[in-house]
Design a protein around this ligand. Structure first.
Ligand SMILES: [Zn+2]
Length: 189
């Protein structure tokens, strides 16, 4: 993920020369002689560097009088890097909810700082990453409690809670019920 770094014109040019898909959506380039603009990954002939102008988004390119390339259709790109980070983070959390949460590791995987990850989460979901993970854990615990034949301690550990007391607290916070009450109701609550 290169979306959160300031990209220098040199890096942009390198991306254009190498048709680097990783940069798609992070900037666009126009060719002054043809008045056409492209995504970095466009496979059309590399233009002469002096003729290239960079744009942060397709709208600016169009406003500046450039037409979208028919080959790479840069105006069709809907690139929402922030939502992409959230989606990837959620995928990781969904896959690892029963392990100890390691935001440092996850944010490094996504190429953002922990603080930025937390900020994005708060902006685009109603949760912090930890609240989100807790929600997954409680949801999974609810499924297991409904089954009725697994002990509450086993469920707590299987869903990533470090202790029974932590499990009770989080479960009650989220659902309003204790795990015991929920288990007895077989999910009717
Ligand atoms: Zn193109």
């Amino acid at each position: 993920m290169k979306n959160y770094k300031i990209i220098s014109d040199y890096q942009k040019w390198q991306a254009v020369v190498s048709c680097d898909r990783d940069y798609d959506g992070t900037f666009f380039y126009g060719v002054k002689t043809t008045r056409i603009f492209c995504r970095p990954s466009c496979k059309s002939k590399t233009p002469i560097q002096d003729n290239v102008v960079f744009f942060d988004n397709a709208a600016t390119a169009i406003e500046s009088g450039f037409r979208p390339c028919k080959r790479c259709c840069p105006d069709n790109i809907v690139f929402e890097p922030e939502l992409e980070v959230i989606k990837k983070a959620k995928d990781i959390f969904n896959a690892t909810y029963n392990m100890q949460a390691n935001l440092d590791y996850v944010s490094r995987q996504l190429g953002v700082s922990i603080n930025h990850l937390i900020k994005l989460f708060k902006q685009h979901t109603e949760f912090t990453p930890i609240q989100y993970i807790t929600k997954i854990r409680v949801d999974k615990a609810k499924e297991l409690l409904k089954q009725g034949d697994i002990s509450i301690l086993e469920i707590a550990l299987a869903t990533g809670f470090k202790s029974l007391s932590n499990f009770y607290k989080c479960f009650k916070d989220k659902t309003g019920y204790t795990p015991c009450e929920y288990k007895k109701s077989r999910g009717e609550l």
